[in-house]
Design a binder for this molecule. Structure first.
Ligand code: F0G
Length: 457
């Protein structure tokens, strides 16, 4: 059969409702034109994030009831540790309440002021955590990864020459570790090849620099390696993930993505010194090392979810849904990052709305139009999220102005996807009238979450 079906059926439903357009307009205005400030019940197609928004399986719900809430050494912890160790092989495994807690502990314990941390592309919380302790966070993604329209298999790869130059320029002693983010969320959810991970590791080994994997979407990355990289077609996703982690010295993880859980994460490593430092910080910030920032039932859910994310049929279905939307967009000449990412489709807002200059935030223009036209909540990954002020305080635009439609796992069906296409068709009709925006209020860090906007006349 040619039709790829969802490898599950639905046992429980959650009501969504499309409120009238005028109500959406009013809600957006009251939210200061920032969709992060909208009530979720007014967002029937909520594609703000794939983080913590997935549907749990019957096995996960069953596991939840087995949660052992003992403070120390619970049965649930053993299952969690066993699942994480089976996949990653790490010696020290520390549960955290989500990915950024792991990043915070890594930053607090391993980074000194003035350090430099290379990555293919830092996620915003990773960058913020590292910059908060005085480091410079550098993005060294390959050139292919910077061309949204280019269709290439591994656009998340790190540029090996840039990595070498970075180490030679800043000096090994200023680089406490290098990171690779799988998949490369901010660059379009693009995967990283095994060969690239191997090459990065080889360079780092020369200089004695540890490699840390930001593993949020490790299972999606393993799927892409199986489908696209020579020599992996007959391997299981678990085997591929194990090989990926075999090159790493440590990992940070948000179980809200490929842990198929609504909350959770971990920090893991081989080195005893790092393990000890992580544990001390964890106890202060998150909790005792056998529960971290989580309840026993969360540990149970994650132990099951990590393995379910590595099921091949699940990844085939997940990728098929996003590819389906990509094909419809392509038929309409809607510019988006090609190929579609593992967890999301990223529209190129700069090209979609050429009349809006980057510092008038075309991404916000498109996000708000999608919301008003159809109740779809996407997110800007552009100059609001990544724009920076230079030394004179002048704002510099981001490299790309993207709008991400991120897909919660196992949540929306094909008719929801068809509806998204209809809404886009509607937006296309009046795109020339979509306004740019100016920021009227912003905090010092991670401004995109809470800043206020005003449409430009
Ligand atoms: N690293 C990457 C690559 C991420 O995408 C995220 C979260 C984190 C780290 C932090 O994990 O949220 O559990 O603290 N990304 C979400 C997103 C929020 O919408 O892309 P967290």
């Amino acid at each position: 059969m040619r039709t790829i079906i969802e490898p599950f059926r639905i046992k429980m439903t959650e009501e969504i409702r499309l409120v009238p357009r005028e109500q959406r307009e009013k809600a957006l205005q009251e939210a200061h034109y920032n969709v992060f400030l909208l009530d979720a019940e007014l967002c029937p197609i909520d594609l703000l994030t794939d983080s913590g928004t997935g549907a749990m399986s019957a096995k996960q719900w069953a596991a939840l009831m087995l949660g052992d809430e003992s403070y120390a050494g619970s049965k649930s912890w053993k299952k969690f540790e066993n699942a994480v160790r089976t996949i990653t092989g790490f010696k020290h495994i520390l549960p955290t309440h989500q990915g950024r807690a792991a990043e915070g502990i890594l930053a607090q314990t391993q980074i000194r002021e003035g350090d430099v941390i290379p990555n293919n592309s830092h996620f915003d919380t990773t960058r913020a955590n590292f910059e908060f302790v005085g480091a410079t966070a550098l993005d060294l993604v390959c050139d292919e990864g910077m061309q949204p329209g280019l269709d290439a298999p591994f656009k998340g790869n790190m540029d090996i020459d840039k990595l070498r130059t970075c180490i030679e320029t800043h000096g090994r002693e200023r680089i406490p570790f290098c990171m690779i983010t799988v998949t490369n969320n901010t660059g379009g959810g693009q995967p990283i090849s095994m060969q690239n991970i191997r090459e990065v590791k080889a360079v780092l080994k020369e200089y004695g620099i540890p490699l840390v994997i930001d593993a949020c979407r490790f299972a999606e990355n393993a799927y892409f390696i199986r489908e696209r990289e020579h020599g992996y077609g007959d391997k299981s996703l678990l085997e591929i993930a194990q090989e990926m982690f075999s090159y790493a010295d440590a990992a940070t993880m948000s179980a809200k993505k490929d842990g198929l859980a609504n909350i959770g994460g971990f920090l893991a490593c081989h080195d005893d010194g790092w393990g000890e430092a992580f544990r001390n910080a964890l106890i202060m910030r998150e909790g005792f090392p056998t529960y971290g920032g989580l309840a026993g039932r969360d540990l149970e859910v994650i132990a099951v979810g990590l393995m379910e994310a590595l099921e091949y049929d699940y990844q085939v279905y997940r990728h098929a849904t996003i590819t389906y939307l990509g094909k419809k967009f392509e038929e309409r000449n809607i510019p988006f990052v090609k190929p579609v990412g593992g967890h999301a489709l990223f529209i190129d807002a700069k090209e979609f709305l050429p009349h809006i200059p980057p510092l008038h935030y075309p991404g916000i223009g498109l996000v708000n139009a999608l919301y008003v036209d159809g109740g779809i909540r996407g997110v800007e990954l552009g100059s609001v999220m990544f724009g920076k002020k230079d030394d004179q305080g002048v704002e510099k635009p981001a490299r790309l102005e993207l709008v991400r439609l991120a897909f919660p796992r196992r949540v929306y069906t094909q008719s929801h996807f068809d509806y998204i296409v209809e809404v886009i068709d509607d937006v296309l009709l009046h795109r020339d009238q979509i306004p740019g925006y100016r920021i009227t209020r912003q905090p010092q860090y991670l401004r995109h979450f809470t800043c206020h906007f005003e449409p430009m006349k």
